[in-house]
Design a binder for this molecule. Structure first.
Ligand code: ZN
Length: 678
């Protein structure tokens, strides 16, 4: 989903009304004014929403015992009455023994008229946001259950709208937008993303002259001979409830074909109102380019045996309804964002709402990848620069915790979940390198554990680690579960030494948060001089660190992360080389802090040159209890390593005195004492 801020349009609207423009413009203007009012209304609802019971990240109680495999919505919409009536057939499998009741989400603004189980009338009890059906008998694990709910009423509206009746040119214009918790505002379902149905049919009966857009393929439009037509959409892929949609209007239809192999092609279908038909038509070739680019990056478009398409709706943004995105306009970035969701959001859905960045961060970053593929790297960077400046405004962690999932504005925070989420992928690309990063994206998108299912941040991390061959826990901890970003301050100085020029750079880092206290990142240092332009990459993994380089010429400037791979602030100054916070002149093992310590302490040490080093902990009788780091190369400078009071097997150590030893090749080893108090 993408919320578009309509500030520019608002200004234009004011100008138009001042100038008193022609009738044609007036009509499109009043349409926008209507959308604007609607949006204001929705915003006030977002605030109201937070208090509502239905905004739980957990499934409704009573829904653990069954797994939904299929929904058929058979709905009649009355635009004049602004009502919905009909039935929803749900097929589920019992996942427990002795299942005697099941709970279905549906707001009580809709009246349940009857429920049948296996074709036999069943009793049910109503709650404000759901109803519980008594099954006719106890169902065993693996047994199929069929529940048909007949209902009618005026759909409720929550979140970003859920279900809307409006007019365009005095004709009905009706659409749904259920994300995150609004499906139950208009149809009975198990409204949780972790339980995707394997397929869905959406049948919608509306007055003759209107078109209905929905998921999959339109298999029939049956004229009922009573002034109504039943539009039958059939979708044969797994789908989460919030991605089921309808859009109804006097749409014009345009389409084109995405040729995804020498012999096969798929329809790209746009339903647009007359005034946006040109836009809908001209966006088709671009959409086809996007399909090709994303198929190349992430694997073939997931729903290729059916279609991709757009329905114009009255909300000022876009929503990635499966195979049929709803759009307020056909802007290129918006179309790309929603299309990318078909892989990330629709094909792989976040398992629970706290991981919403797996949808929105990915879709946002995909726009940058589309721009890079189509228009070149400058377009990528200009897009990402905008995202990153927004990401710096983000407050809190990308991962949405606890009660925060009750707030729609927090779940869909632009700066945090979208823009910082996209920036995390941008940074991960730099950490892993292009070839492994893109391999990981493709592997994630094709992993049978997640494809057409759901995934968590930890699932994505594990795929990245498999491809990368190294742990990335630190990266996800600091960027997804942690907050803010590093603020670097660096000093540099230089002096000739023999035929070389020695450059010392000290890098200091603050984060303004305890989570994390510093960020570990590869940092590019660009050193410029007369005819010299060299970039070296250092691993900055401490609040303060020193680095030394031998350069062939005298440097005239030093830049930290000049390309902007890291979400950061950086200020640097040149100082006299002797004033660069001192580079260690010898190997030094420093006192740990805190000391005494409980659970965790930090051990600092300094190296005058890049060296192979090892850090070990011994107990009071001299037995090795833990190797904090085995032999590996460290840059010159100060380093800090954390020690958790556990042994090599992860077993907690007893209280007492311990020794830690630094072994550096070519230097005498050094030992210090520390005290652990449990
Ligand atoms: Zn989105």
């Amino acid at each position: 989903m993408l919320v578009i801020q309509n500030r520019v349009q608002t200004v234009r609207r004011i100008l138009i009304s001042l100038l008193g423009i022609s009738a044609a413009f007036q009509s499109s203007f009043s349409q926008e004014a209507e959308e604007y009012q609607l949006k204001q209304h929705m915003l006030s609802e977002i605030q109201r929403y937070a208090a509502m019971e239905k905004l739980s990240k957990d499934a409704t109680p009573g829904q653990e015992g069954f797994d939904v495999t299929y929904y058929k919505l058979d709905l009649r919409i009355s635009p004049s009455q602004q009502t919905v009536s009909g039935s929803v057939r749900m097929i589920a499998t019992s996942v427990v023994d002795n299942l005697t009741s099941i709970t279905i989400d549906l707001m009580n603004s809709l009246q349940v008229d009857a429920v049948t189980v296996g074709g036999v009338s069943a009793s049910f009890s109503r709650q404000p946001t759901y109803f519980t059906v008594s099954l006719n008998r106890a169902y065993s694990r693996g047994e199929r259950i069929e529940v048909v709910t007949s209902y009618h009423g005026v759909p409720d509206s929550s979140g970003f709208g859920s279900f809307r009746f409006s007019l365009s040119d005095n004709k009905p214009w009706i659409w749904s937008l259920s994300e995150p918790y609004g499906s139950k505002d208009w149809w009975p379902c198990k409204d949780h993303p972790s339980d995707k149905a394997d397929s869905v049919d959406v049948w919608v009966t509306v007055p003759t002259g209107l078109k209905v857009g929905s998921q999959g393929k339109l298999v029939a439009a049956v004229n009922n001979g009573d002034g109504t037509v039943t539009h039958k959409w059939q979708h044969r892929y797994p789908i989460a409830t919030y991605l089921v949609s309808i859009a109804v209007a006097d749409y014009q239809q345009v389409s084109a074909w995405f040729k995804y192999s020498s012999t096969d092609s798929m329809e790209v279908l746009n339903y647009a109102l007359a005034q946006r038909l040109d836009e809908a038509t001209s966006s088709l070739p671009k959409t086809i380019d996007m399909l090709a680019i994303f198929s190349d990056l992430f694997g073939l478009y997931p729903f290729v045996t059916e279609k991709y398409g757009h329905c114009q709706f009255g909300w000022g943004g876009g929503m990635e309804h499966q195979t049929m995105t709803s759009l307020g306009n056909f802007g290129e970035d918006l179309v790309a964002h929603e299309l990318a969701h078909q892989w990330f959001g629709d094909m792989i859905t976040m398992r629970t709402w706290p991981d919403i960045w797996l949808n929105e961060g990915f879709a946002t970053y995909s726009v940058a990848l589309y721009r890079e593929a189509k228009y070149g790297v400058a377009s990528y960077w200009s897009y990402m620069t905008g995202r990153m400046s927004s990401a710096k405004q983000a407050v809190g962690s990308i991962y949405v915790r606890g009660q925060d999932t009750l707030s729609v504005s927090r779940l869909f925070s632009g700066s945090l979940v979208y823009n910082k989420g996209a920036t995390v992928l941008h940074m991960l690309r730099r950490v892993m390198g292009d070839s492994l990063f893109f391999k990981a994206l493709k592997q994630y998108a094709s992993d049978p554990r997640f494809k057409f299912g759901t995934a968590s941040t930890e699932d994505f991390r594990s795929v990245c680690e498999d491809v990368y061959g190294k742990g990335l826990g630190y990266f996800f901890d600091q960027w997804i579960y942690g907050e803010k970003y590093p603020q670097y301050r660096y000093e540099w100085g230089t002096r000739p030494e023999g035929s070389k020029h020695k450059v010392r750079i000290s890098v200091f880092q603050t984060t303004g948060t305890q989570n994390p206290t510093y960020f570990s990142m590869p940092v590019d240092i660009r050193i410029l001089g007369d005819g010299m332009d060299t970039t070296v990459t250092v691993v900055n993994n401490a609040p303060s660190q020193w680095f030394v380089f031998d350069m062939p010429k005298a440097p005239t400037s030093v830049q930290l992360d000049p390309a902007n791979w890291i979400l950061k602030d950086a200020t640097g100054i040149r100082v006299h080389v002797d004033d660069v916070a001192a580079l260690p002149t010898e190997v030094a093992l420093l006192q740990n802090y805190p000391n005494p310590f409980n659970a965790t302490t930090i051990i600092p040490f300094e190296l005058p040159t890049s060296s192979v080093a090892r850090l070990e902990v011994f107990n009071g009788v001299g037995q090795l209890v833990r190797t904090i780091t085995s032999d590996r190369v460290f840059d010159a400078g100060r380093h800090t390593l954390a020690f958790h009071a556990v042994d090599q097997d992860g077993t907690a150590l007893p209280s007492g005195m311990y020794y830690y030893r630094l072994v550096v090749s070519g230097a005498p080893s050094q030992v210090r004492k520390m005290t652990y108090l449990r």
